[in-house]
Write a protein that binds this ligand. Structure first.
Ligand code: HEM
Length: 420
């Protein structure tokens, strides 16, 4: 870890300490409104692969204010979604600059086109290489899981969301960045607030500014005394012989805290919902841990944590037989692609033994999730820890069957289990 000055800078909370970024985020993403979007999106898919509509409007959920004034289209089928992700000659992710770019920073990787994207991607990919992750696994991921499981292992019951999944992804990324541990909850609150940008501009921008004030002030020290942490890696990284600017480093750190901390919680909680509501498959995984990777794939396919992503056509062009105008907002629906009957047999069934094409939950093509190996490592370690330490873990029979909710981002609000 970099040796920071003795008088340590502290990260500041929102001016209103009662602001609840998780609730604002969930409300903005229609969590209370949308329990099961699949009948509607698969009904649409049956009528055609591409439609001129905004899914949020269709479900009566709040619309993304930053995309107002654009024409909205949605692509639903597996082939069309894969093309929108992978054909970067035709589709650009630059519309993210209108929403995520405001809060995370203009140089946000996921909104970049080549050649800038390729250069930054090559740089950060090194931090997620298999060797690097093996090292991090022992140093960070296993201790993070064990500490959290310690907090409930002797209680006989736990909420796998509130007590576990909500925390381990953020703890992992905070430890990889070597953020001061007593301040992890504050960093987590700010990271969550960034993604409220489309629904609560002031709080998202406040979170963005507070993270800037902190990181920009410490970067020179990390450059002078680099340590074995992600902030040092980014602060000293070079592209074409030039260091990343402060703004580029802080933008990437903001995105990492959020992308690392939020989506993995959803992916894990959705997989656990699948396994706990199909106890015979959970038993198979308990007995044969080599099935964990299949359970992850199936959990991510069955209930994608991010329902849809965004692209824009670079010119007037045709997608799956429908003409799209240049500059339109194209909703790329990973969730419906994962349930496309043309790609997956009996696609609504949760079946860890399923064979088939790759689900679209981590995206595809040049922007395929760079954190996927870390997310998989965390989910694998987390499930092993639960199976090793919570004998006979099962759904709490005194609570209602858990429901995966939300439109933009999906996960159960709680996952109560009991164990012996
Ligand atoms: C289950 C967990 C996760 C899911 C479902 C997920 C999903 C995604 C998706 C769908 C994209 C592509 C977005 C697009 O093309 O529009 C993406 C990109 C990205 N993800 Fe993840 N992610 C997960 C975990 C993580 C983790 C743990 C990290 C880092 C610690 C991370 C960092 C990133 C980054 C940096 C990008 C941008 C890559 C680029 O633009 O080249 N993600 N993720």
């Amino acid at each position: 870890m970099a040796k920071l000055a003795a008088k340590r800078l502290r990260i500041l909370d929102y001016d209103d300490p009662n602001f609840d970024p998780r609730r604002t985020f969930d409300e903005g993403h229609g969590s209370a409104l949308v329990v099961d979007p699949y009948p509607a999106i698969l009904g649409l898919l049956a009528q055609g692969p591409v439609h001129k509509l905004d899914l949020a409007e269709m479900f009566g959920a709040p619309r993304d204010q930053t995309m107002a004034g654009l024409e909205h289209y949605t692509v639903l089928n597996y082939g069309g979604v894969r093309r929108a992700f992978s054909d970067s000659e035709s589709f650009s992710p630059r519309l993210y600059k209108r929403n995520l770019g405001l809060a995370f920073g203009e140089s946000i990787i996921v909104a970049m086109d080549d050649p800038d994207h390729r250069k930054l991607r090559n740089l950060v990919q090194k931090a997620f290489s298999p060797n690097e992750l093996r090292r991090r696994a022992e140093l960070v991921v296993t201790p993070v899981m064990n500490r959290l499981v310690d907090s409930f292992a002797d209680k006989g019951r736990a909420d796998l969301v509130g007590d576990f999944a909500l925390h381990f992804p953020f703890h992992t990324i905070a430890a990889i960045c070597a953020l001061p541990e007593d301040e992890w909850p504050l960093f987590h609150r700010l990271a969550m607030g960034l993604t409220c940008i489309s629904f609560d501009f002031p709080h998202a921008m406040e979170a963005s500014q507070k993270l800037w004030d902190y990181f920009a002030a410490v970067l020179d020290e990390y450059r002078a005394h680099p340590g074995d942490d992600m902030i040092s890696t980014l602060a000293t990284a070079e592209i074409d012989g030039e260091r990343l600017s402060d703004a580029e480093v802080v933008t990437f750190l903001r995105f990492l805290l959020n992308a690392g901390g939020d989506t993995t919680y959803r992916g894990f909680a959705n997989m656990m919902t699948g396994l706990l509501t199909h106890p015979e498959q959970l038993e198979q995984v308990r007995a044969d841990r080599s099935l964990i990777d299949k359970a992850m794939d199936e959990g991510l396919r069955w209930q994608a944590p991010i329902l849809s992503l965004t692209r824009t056509p670079r010119r007037d062009l045709e997608l799956e037989g429908v003409m799209l105008p240049e500059g339109a907002c194209l909703h790329v629906c990973a969730a419906s692609a994962n349930r496309d009957p043309a790609a997956f047999e009996d696609a609504g069934r949760f079946d860890i033994h399923r064979a088939g094409p790759k689900p679209m939950s981590f995206g595809f093509g040049p922007h395929l999730c760079v954190g996927q190996p870390l997310a998989r490592l965390e989910m694998r370690t987390a499930l092993n820890a639960l199976l090793d330490r919570l004998p006979n873990m099962r759904l709490d029979p005194s609570t209602p069957t858990p429901q995966i909710v939300g439109l933009g981002m999906r996960a159960p609000a709680a996952l109560p289990v009991v164990f012996d």
